[in-house]
Ligand binder design. Structure first.
Ligand code: C2E
Ligand code: CA
Ligand code: CA
Length: 523
């Protein structure tokens, strides 16, 4: 406990000192004025001299003091608010440096002489957990994970003679040690990782996590803010192939990869403003009625210089940077506008699925936004289906249950996407009342040759039907796959076999005239 108080003290002492200094200046200025007033009264200094003194010196000083005081005070309020958010976020107080303060603290602490810094920075990421540190939102599980990592940081690196820690605005924890030996610093991470893993394994409800580390060793003339960015970048680098516990030091080729990304957020924002994103629709075929009954909305970026870009180019980045929330809203709005247009033009209206990304799920305004937009455009909520990915369902069951219930209350549909890839698919199915289950493409790919895949798909279909859930398979490319799935009792199909995702115009043309429905009518 005393460690935490130390940190709190350092944090506030600095501020208090600043405020005290400002107060002293104000008091000095006031004294100055009063003393001159008295001298004037007693000795009768000439009015010109008096005026000169008053305007020229005392008032300026006094004003500077007051302004300085107000500024420091505001700053203090601002920082306390920030700290309060951190404290509200955790159940007991922890005092950490938010990025700005961390940078300042390290700047001071790491300096050996003017312009020379030493020591090593480490950025720590929880794999697949994005941005929840900064926004203080997320399910209890996400909060618990952050809390465990923070507490372990405090427990292992509390010695203010050696370390500083905090968190970055890009969902990383930050750690600095004043040392010339990075390797031995890396070795100190082992007990830290052990503690994190142990505490997570003690909590039955939290899935195990992987920690990713990136480092940057400070040298001459290094700018600390840039150094922090570099450590964060290194920690995110190639995060699919890495094991927990290895520290990836920063290297220049990581920057070269990332320089594209640096302009990407601005390009994405501009793209949204200029309507460069387009919605494509991939039809869904009902195997009972042999009719197309729905479509999945899939975003494409019609980039002014790079051409039509697939989601893989910008969705993962948007998810990491948090831009996805705005992008998802843009997509929903455009989907509803398309639907309104179809209705107005008396075109065929089918149910449209939209993808809700992991971050958008936590957007409090999401449901209100959708129901307002539905009303505004006069669209029946039953025509909207929300696809939530299974990996999210597994992690955030309690939170998602509330969300799914809210969606249901508005009479919209819900689908569980990518079903079968995660490790607790069946658990989420038991707990969450989804309307539709989407079997992941990976089970479909080898369904013609692999009996096990067929058995699994069969089991998923049977189970879904027992629970009253509609089934759909995605990524179906061949006629044989269609036949097998039909035989296994599947309800519907989405895949290249029927159609690739189509733009608005092509999609309506397809619905009006396509070989699959026509064939049925002819029979
Ligand atoms: P997803 O939600 O699993 O979407 C299905 C992906 O499978 C789409 O890729 C679709 O074009 C592709 N696909 C469909 N049928 C076949 C097939 O028969 N064979 C093959 N090989 N692929 C098929 P796409 O459009 O590139 O989207 C990729 C991912 O990007 C999506 O996976 C989704 O996670 C994300 N995404 C796409 N659009 C949006 C969006 O509007 N919002 C959000 N948040 N994410 C989106
Ligand atoms: Ca989807
Ligand atoms: Ca999917």
């Amino acid at each position: 406990m005393s460690n935490r108080n130390d940190i709190k003290l350092v944090f506030y002492r600095k501020l208090r000192r600043g405020r005290l200094a400002q107060l002293l200046v104000s008091v000095a200025a006031l004294t100055f004025i009063v003393v001159f007033g008295l001298i004037h009264l007693i000795m009768g200094i000439s009015p010109e001299v008096w005026e000169w003194w008053m305007l020229g010196t005392s008032e300026v000083l006094f004003l500077a003091g007051v302004l300085g005081f107000v500024y420091t005070n505001n700053k203090m309020i601002q920082i306390s608010t920030q700290m309060k958010a951190v404290n509200d976020f955790f159940s007991e107080p922890v005092y950490l440096y938010p990025e700005n303060m961390f940078v300042k603290a390290v700047h001071k602490f790491s300096r050996v002489k003017r312009g020379y810094h030493t020591g090593t920075l480490i950025a720590i990421n929880v794999k697949d957990l994005h941005s929840d540190i900064l926004n203080f939102y997320g399910s209890d599980e996400v909060k618990a994970i952050n809390y465990i990592v923070f507490t372990a940081l405090i427990n292992h690196f509390h010695d203010l003679k050696k370390y500083r820690y905090g968190f970055s605005y890009l969902d990383s924890f930050l750690l600095y040690k004043k040392t010339n030996d990075p390797e031995s610093f890396y070795a100190e991470l082992d007990p830290f990782v052990e503690e994190v893993n142990r505490r997570i394994s003690e909590r039955a409800k939290i899935p195990s996590i992987t920690l990713l580390f990136g480092s940057y060793t400070l040298g001459k003339k290094d700018d600390i803010r840039e150094a922090v960015e570099k450590a964060v970048l290194a920690s995110r680098y190639n995060d699919n192939t890495r094991f927990s516990n290895t520290v990836v030091p920063f290297s220049q080729d990581q920057v070269d990869v990332d320089t594209n990304e640096k302009s990407l957020p601005f390009e994405i924002m501009k793209g949204m403003k200029e309507d460069q994103f387009q919605i494509y629709y991939q039809p869904k075929f009902n195997l009972h009625t042999n009719r197309f009954y729905g479509a999945e909305a899939l975003v494409r970026w019609s980039h002014p210089t790079r051409g039509l870009l697939p989601p893989s180019f910008f969705v993962p980045f948007s998810e990491r940077s948090g831009l996805i929330v705005g992008l998802d809203h843009y997509i929903y709005e455009h989907v509803l506008l398309d639907m309104k247009k179809w209705a107005k033009e008396k075109k065929r209206l089918v149910k449209v699925s939209i993808n809700i990304s992991r971050k958008t799920v936590y957007d409090d305004g999401l449901i209100d936004f959708l129901s307002d937009k539905l009303k505004e455009n006069g669209i029946d909520p039953k025509l909207l289906d929300m696809e939530l990915t299974e990996s999210l369902a597994a992690r955030d069951t309690a939170f998602l249950l509330q969300l799914v219930n809210k969606i249901k209350a508005l009479r919209m549909n819900t689908s569980i996407d990518d079903f079968g890839v995660g490790y607790s698919s069946f658990n989420s199915l038991k707990k969450l009342p989804f309307d539709t289950l989407k079997i992941d493409k990976s089970f479909i790919d080898d369904i013609e040759v692999d009996q096990k895949s067929r058995d699994i798909v069969k089991a998923i279909i049977n189970l879904s039907h027992a629970l009253g859930i509609w089934t759909i398979a995605e990524g179906v490319e061949t006629r044989e796959q269609v036949e097998i799935l039909k035989y296994l009792g599947l309800d519907s199909i989405q895949g290249y076999y029927y159609s690739r995702p189509l733009n608005n115009y092509e999609f309506q043309k397809f619905l009006a005239d396509n070989p699959f429905e026509r064939k049925e009518e002819e029979q």
